[in-house]
Design a protein around this ligand. Structure first.
Ligand SMILES: Nc1nc2c(c(=O)[nH]1)N[C@H]1C(S)=C(S)[C@@H](COP(=O)(O)O)O[C@H]1N2
Ligand SMILES: [Mo]
Length: 240
């Protein structure tokens, strides 16, 4: 039924695991003995909902990345609509809920135990500036797969500690370069840039990339309030 259209002999195992959300889920689960994940191991063999599964097995084409030498350390301007929340990393929990079979509350340690992806991409703000930045973090698709979305999930809603909110289409959220980042330019993510966890993705404008994310909710319908800037007239899809 599902086919991965890549000639296997030419595909190193690591690359194959990157292409396959389910295998990397197996890696996550196999790689840690945390009790939280223990009974997910059994459930992981159950089929995921079809749309999520299709997106995980047919990931969108990756956007070409920049070499590390292209990073512009001073070009990323802090852009915060109100205040900078100071979250205690030791007490921090990331809630993953909504239309999922397995709602989760993850500590930072649990998030950081998942496979780390690093990418150097261009951040583009609608206000007319851009910056090449290296982000390190967990693929959002891995978190979503762990939560086991129900059949009709189409949207992802993000709540931030400063009152910011955003919603994304599922395909963009499951893009292999959409990260929940906790590193910037090889260092721990600074608080003003969204620590402990923020979105980073080369396929969306800056305002889609929520900082200080505390809650990820999977939805079958668009939420009534689409996003902080969308509610002020900006476009919802905001693709690059
Ligand atoms: N929680 C939250 N996330 C946010 C914002 C914000 O004000 N609050 N601003 C957005 C905008 S408009 C941009 S361009 C980027 C800026 O990220 P930076 O401050 O790390 O450069 O964050 C986005 N994410
Ligand atoms: Mo922005």
């Amino acid at each position: 039924m599902r086919q991965i259209q890549v000639p296997k002999p030419y595909l190193p195992r690591r690359r194959f695991l990157q292409l396959s959300g389910i295998s990397s889920l197996g890696l996550i689960l196999g790689g840690c003995g945390v009790s939280l994940f223990d009974d997910v191991v059994q459930k992981a063999t159950e089929p995921l909902n079809e749309s999520v599964e299709t997106l995980l097995f047919n990931p969108q084409k990756p956007v070409p990345e920049f070499p590390a030498s292209a990073i512009e350390p001073d070009a990323l301007l802090v852009n915060t609509f109100d205040f900078t929340p100071d979250l205690d990393p030791a007490k921090f929990r990331l809630t993953v809920d909504g239309e999922v079979n397995r709602p989760m509350s993850l500590s930072l340690a649990e998030v950081e135990r998942m496979p780390l992806t690093s990418m150097t991409i261009r951040h583009v703000c609608v206000e007319g500036w851009a910056a090449i930045v290296q982000w390190g973090g967990v693929r959002l698709r891995d978190i979503v797969a762990l939560a086991q979305p129900k059949v009709n999930v189409r949207y992802v809603y993000f709540k931030s500690a400063d009152g910011y909110y955003e919603s994304w289409d599922l395909a963009s959220a499951l893009h292999p370069q959409t990260l929940l980042a906790y590193q910037k330019n090889g260092q721990p993510l600074p608080i003003e840039n969204g620590a402990p966890l923020r979105l980073a993705s080369p396929i969306k404008l800056g305002y889609k990339q929520s900082k200080w994310i505390t809650q990820i909710t999977l939805l079958s319908q668009k939420p009534p309030s689409l996003g902080y800037w969308e509610d002020r007239g900006y476009e919802w899809f905001a693709g690059l």
